[in-house]
Design a protein around this ligand. Sequence first.
Ligand code: NAD
Ligand code: 44H
Length: 490
Amino acid sequence: MTALTQETVAALPEAVAVPSYDRSRLTVGIVHIGVGGFHRAHQAMYLDRLMNEGKAHDWAICGVGVLPGDARMRDALIAQDGLYTLVLKHPDGTREARVIGSITDYLFAPDDPEAVIEKMADPTVRIVSLTVTEGGYNIHPVTGAFDAGSPAIRADLEPGAVPATVFGLVTEALRRRRARGLVPFTVMSCDNIQGNGEVARHSFTAFARLVDAGLADWIEAAVAFPNSMVDRITPVTTDEDREAVTELFGVLDAWPVTCEPFTQWVLEDDFSRGRPPFEEAGVQVVADVEPYELMKLRLLNAGHQALCYFGYLSGHRYVHEAATDPAIAKFLLDYMDLEATPTLRPVPGVDLDGYKRTLIERFSNAEVRDTLARLCAESSDRIPKWLLPVVREQLAGGGPVTRAAAVVASWARYAEGADESGEPIVVVDRLRERLMAAAKAQRQRPTAFIEDRELFGDLADDERFVEPYLRALESLHAKGARATVRWLAG
Ligand SMILES: NC(=O)c1ccc[n+]([C@@H]2O[C@H](COP(=O)([O-])OP(=O)(O)OC[C@H]3O[C@@H](n4cnc5c(N)ncnc54)[C@H](O)[C@@H]3O)[C@@H](O)[C@H]2O)c1
Ligand SMILES: O=P(O)(O)OC[C@@H](O)[C@@H](O)[C@H](O)[C@H](O)CO
């Protein structure tokens, strides 16, 4: 069996769309840090779309991996000349497969940080884009301040250190561009964070300020950090996905990506050195992204959190199972209608009721096989960024928080680390030990979990939040998740 490469791609069966453009003539214009499933289902796909139309041939992507775990992506992509298969899974069971050709190079920072820095300092590179997860920006969940205390950041700040973090690498590349009299690149965050551009600006300038105040001032003034709303449900690739691609094409793809058919990207038009004509590939380029971001993060992402812990504790393992459980679906819709929607701004051209109905349909797509475990992971980076702002705004306006408080309670119950039959739950979170210790303590001291002020600020002092939180937690302990969600869904 042969591997997917530039040589074998030409001979793939007709059912698989392949790049129609000459990849040897592409030049790199974008360096992307954090090449995971989502980047390959989204930004790289939009560029491939443009390239197939004869556009953006000077905007190919050089992928970069920063963490040790990215060695697997390095091996997969380099062996395949950057090619991979993107498979869209329609709810009726049909599949649409396309080989994406827009990533032409891949650099692994731990192998050669200098090559990564010089690539970003190269004048032909005009955008450095990021999907480094919500936690990747080192922002304190409550104060929003840049946290320079982690060992990796401290190591990058040592005089003469060879940069290893995204902050060290990008800042050094910007320093070289400034020293060489070059215009800086745009830093384009594509992570699920409200004001992702602003957050990136804040983090990168805060880091740079600890290195060189003049450089930080230059970054603040000269580097563009556009905000964006990004959306496409992209589960973790499984061995079954790999096997299905092999069966379909007769070639081996070490790391295909599967996702839902839906895709959306709303992008602020703020670039230091130009951009590809994204709007010609279906991207909505707008002046103000905020209403779209709020809608997506508070309905879709916080909605994911609303169903994942209750779903898991009710015995489901897949998102579609939880989304089609009538009590959970009703609870989710009530959260969206009664608690999240009042905190949104009018979204130009969007009917919110239609958007919410579409969300339930997307979550219910059984073909996508997105796991609840993926949604339950790294909750300490998600709940404070997506759900707690809803709680705070509702409290400020005197609105209800019963369901949002119950979602936090379901997280607290999940973090106890055992399900309702006593089976262990693998809690995946950078704060795992701290969360699990607090969750264990709540059997004696019920507010123990929400007393963590680093995550919850002063919510534990607000009776309007604590009361529904404790009621939900008590019910989860006494009656279990199914009964609790049925009771909440009324
Ligand atoms: N998967 C989705 O459905 C989806 C949809 C919209 C947006 N996103 C955004 O994309 C992000 C990544 O999702 P994914 O599905 O591609 O995940 P993934 O696990 O497939 O890839 C994550 C990538 O980020 C890198 N990374 C993580 N922490 C980092 C750090 N501190 N510094 C540098 N690199 C770091 C990893 O090494 C990896 O390359 C999400 O956190 C989210 O913000 C994901
Ligand atoms: O990937 P995360 O950590 O930002 O969040 C988990 C999911 O809510 C998220 O991946 C959604 O599937 C995605 O945001 C849909 O566009």
